[in-house]
Design a protein around this ligand. Structure first.
Ligand code: GL5
Length: 839
């Protein structure tokens, strides 16, 4: 791995400090020292996990110098800061990433080898913080990496869930969920900051009172108070000294022991409050893009938002900045509506706690927030019943009513009394019961609203947020998602990294547009040969993983056709499986068929309560069971489901793909980010015109992308004219055969009832139009198979995909957020040693 040379470091062995030095001898010494003094072990007794911990602390020591310097400079300069509010941060393992960003991967590898340890094995010991469900949480993590790498002062604010996303086991083909106890053996990357704890109120009532100046004010008398304790993790940028902070909040009881209850002899009652308070941050809700109107979830959202805003106010006061400058000090981004209550909370803090008047408080609030929408799916639109909302946040409801009243007055002023429009725009939904609409609160309370890909932003303006777009079009913009090339190329695909760097140098790691320069080698036989060799080695690696975790042996020379993401009907893993069944039937009907051998790899979690998604997992495994053991099929087709998809398990997958499946129903996938990770690593995409696929296709060239299927307009038109899925089934013998086999128990040991709900859904309603897209998909897959046989053509396409993915770096996305929304500038960090010029 090519490594950055960090400034301000003495790499000579003699005078290196054990906590900052990066020479191999120093690293070894520091590592053994940490093994002894932190883990309390010596080599003869140490486990692999002890070694991992010792290494993690050794790396953390090297981060701390930068972290402390960064904080000092931000404090000293009172820098304008991005506060990224997100209910999810899916960070993935820290160790490998920190080694890359510190630029010490090779030295550490050597140090471990000299100590007869294998760095890869130690990296595998890290329990990843799975504090997110999927794309939205991982996007937040990529953005933190880019913000630090671009030297933008940033605080990430979220929740320190004690249990993150569940671990997935596959038992008899079904998903089984297991609690994710990621904190079990301790977390070396975080530092608790109990001195910055804050109190968060819930429930109770409000009352009016007069302040010292005789002015009317509101006081909130809560029913309960919970303490928020911040836990900080350093986020180091690549090739820079900037180390920003991810600040996650844990809930605790203010007084963890009730002496009154204890003295009454009620021991259990005495600890009760502690238990209920700590429940608040116990577990991440495992639903992706579906909200559940649960009280605990609203409590989580309000809890971390209130902690974050109080923390920002504390920082302002410490820096002696007047609160009128809140929006100048902080640009606060709402990652979806999960933190949207922040709009009402900032108003409350400014009005009630800091006695500001409504107008200035509202101006500050609107100038502070930006809102990113991440999905158009109606089931994801958060709304809270007034009953629940008022019982938990009575003061916020009053504030929301006031915001709404003033807002609707402006609407009337602009559009006249159009009651339909007013009803649609209102922050309160009165259609079927009464609810607070969180997306509306976010729109009204922010100065910018963005979607996450061009199509998605366009659809937001034309459909879900049309009325808001008509009212304040100037607030709307698009920022297409991106992913960090540090984790998703450099760390995941070291061989490809070395090949690219050997040709064009390593500037591309910070400026991914530069990777375009490998285009000149796209037809170079020597380069193609190396490209192919690397892909093959990456596939051999995944073949070993699959054998180890599933017992299925796959051929690394077959076409690796991969779909990894959350299991959702709209993502259409079941369309992919219909293709698998079709290939299977083709071979069975013609056993000598000369087809391009394929390995279909699936991975992904289903929300525990999402029955159809779980049935799709069962179907994939059931088809796999039949296909993989059929002697007629041999190595021509294999189907594998890799259990427990998470960041760690995904890292080897992207580099091993020949084909990336991005086959959602057009108009449903807001952006997608897996699509970007695959293409950057040289996979070709088979995909619909959905989300960022459209922009990826434009970037890599239509001739290097396998396009099929209905467009968003087609989907809408078909729905309007009356969609009859059963007709496609009746008119297409291949499709009919595949569906009939599923229905007849061919893949379920004769059980006809097992997949009936899925079959009925497809034939009667087919909400995601698999039946309509089936034949175009099969035809397109046929084209994929043919192209794969033309080795040179395929390699050229693969190289061009990587070469043209520059736009999809999260660095580009973050630059756009900085310029268009946050108006924030880089603040470079120098280490103290650099400033004084001595060591
Ligand atoms: C999502 C969208 O579904 C993805 O298309 C998008 O790439 C991602 C990040 O913007 O956001 N919305 C969402 O709630 N999850 C997503 O992955 O979980």
């Amino acid at each position: 791995i090519q490594e950055p040379q960090l400034q301000g470091q003495d790499t000579g062995m003699q005078c290196e400090d054990d906590r900052t030095g990066i020479g191999v001898e120093t690293l070894k010494r520091a590592f053994l020292d940490n093994l002894f003094y932190v883990q309390g072990k010596f080599p003869a007794l140490a486990t692999k996990h002890d070694y991992y911990m010792a290494l993690a602390y050794t790396v953390r020591d090297r981060l701390l110098q930068r972290w402390v310097n960064t904080a000092a400079i931000y404090t000293q300069e009172g820098s304008r800061t991005v506060a990224y509010l997100s209910a999810e941060f899916l960070m993935g393992p820290h160790l490998g990433n920190n080694l890359i960003n510190l630029g010490i991967y090779n030295q550490v590898q050597q140090a471990m080898t000299e100590l007869k340890l294998d760095l890869k094995e130690l990296l595998a010991k890290e329990e990843e913080p799975g504090l997110g469900n999927g794309g939205l949480g991982r996007l937040a993590a990529c953005y933190l990496d880019s913000l630090a790498s671009l030297e933008i002062p940033t605080l990430g604010y979220g929740i320190r869930y004690e249990f993150g996303i569940f671990d997935q086991l596959i038992r008899n083909g079904w998903q089984v969920e297991k609690t994710d106890k990621w904190l079990r053996y301790g977390n070396p990357w975080e530092i608790a900051r109990p001195e910055w704890a804050v109190s968060v109120k819930f429930g109770g009532r409000t009352e009016a009172h007069k302040n010292a100046q005789g002015r009317y004010r509101v006081r909130w008398i809560p029913h309960k108070v919970v303490l928020g304790i911040p836990y900080d993790t350093p986020i180091l940028g690549y090739k820079v000294n900037t180390a920003n902070t991810l600040r996650l909040w844990k809930a605790e009881a203010p007084e963890s022991f009730d002496f009154e209850a204890f003295n009454r002899g009620n021991y259990y009652g005495a600890v009760d409050q502690k238990v209920t308070s700590e429940n608040l941050t116990k577990v991440l809700y495992p639903n992706d893009e579906t909200y559940e109107g649960k009280q605990l979830r609203l409590e989580q959202q309000y809890f971390f938002v209130s902690c974050a805003l109080q923390d920002m106010l504390r920082i302002m006061l410490r820096q002696k900045l007047p609160l009128e400058q809140f929006h100048e000090k902080f640009a606060v981004q709402l990652n979806d509506t999960h933190p949207a209550i922040a709009v009402a909370e900032l108003m409350r803090l400014l009005l009630d706690e800091h006695e500001m008047d409504w107008e200035p408080a509202w101006e500050i609030t609107q100038k502070t927030f930006g809102y990113t929408n991440h999905t158009l799916l109606p089931e994801a639109l958060e709304k809270w019943s007034l009953k629940l909302f008022s019982s938990l946040l009575p003061r916020h409801l009053e504030i929301i009513y006031e915001i709404n009243w003033r807002f609707l007055e402006q609407v009337r002023h602009k559009f006249g009394t159009d009651e339909g429009r007013i009803g649609r725009l209102s922050l309160i939904d009165e259609n079927d019961g009464k609810f607070v609409r969180m997306a509306h609160l976010a729109c009204v309370g922010s100065h910018k609203i963005n979607g996450v890909a061009a199509l998605h932003s366009e659809l937001l303006q034309k459909t879900t947020l049309l009325d808001f777009y008509e009212f304040f079009p100037e607030k709307f913009t698009n920022i297409t998602n991106g992913v960090t090339p540090r984790r998703w190329i450099v760390l995941s695909n070291p061989k490809l990294t070395n090949l690219i760097t050997s040709c064009i140098g390593d500037n591309w790691i910070k400026h991914l547009e530069d990777v375009q320069r490998i285009e000149t080698y796209a037809e170079d036989p020597g380069f193609q040969q190396e490209w192919q060799q690397i892909k093959r080695e990456n596939k051999v690696n995944v073949a070993e993983i699959l054998l180890d975790r599933t017992g299925v042996k796959v051929d690394p020379d077959s076409l690796f056709d991969i779909q990894v993401k959350r299991i959702h009907q709209y993502k259409r893993q079941h369309l992919n499986i219909l293709h698998a069944i079709t290939l299977y039937n083709q071979i069975k009907q013609n056993p000598n068929l000369d087809i391009t051998p394929r390995t279909l790899i699936f991975a992904g979690k289903a929300a525990p309560g999402y029955y159809i998604a779980k049935l799709i997992i069962k179907l994939i495994n059931s088809v796999a069971e039949v296909v993989n053991k059929d002697r007629d099929i041999g190595d021509r087709l294999k189907v594998v489901f890799l259990p427990d998809y998470n960041v760690k398990n995904s890292q080897p997958i992207y580099p091993a793909a020949d084909l990336s499946e991005q086959i959602s129903t057009a108009g449903k996938e807001a952006s997608g980010t897996g699509n970007m990770k695959f293409a950057m690593n040289g996979a070709l995409t088979i995909g619909t015109l959905d989300g960022a696929n459209i922009e990826i296709r434009n970037a890599v060239g239509a001739e290097n992308f396998f396009l099929f299927g209905l467009t968003t307009e087609d989907v809408g038109a078909l729905r309007l004219t009356g969609y009859r899925p059963r007709e496609y089934y009746e008119q297409n013998p291949q499709l009919k055969q595949a569906i009939d086999q599923i229905a007849s128990g061919y893949f379920s040991h004769g059980d006809r009832s097992l997949f009936k709900p899925l079959v009925d859904l497809l034939l009667d309603k087919d909400p995601f139009m698999l039946m309509a897209d089936y034949q175009p998909y099969i035809d397109c897959q046929q084209q994929v198979s043919q192209t794969y046989r033309d080795r040179d053509r395929w390699l050229q396409m693969s190289i061009l995909n990587t070469a043209r993915m520059g736009k999809f770096s999260s660095d580009r996305a973050i630059r756009e957020y900085c310029q268009q929304i946050w108006k924030v500038q880089p603040v470079p960090v120098q280490l103290a040693a650099e400033k004084t010029g001595d060591g």
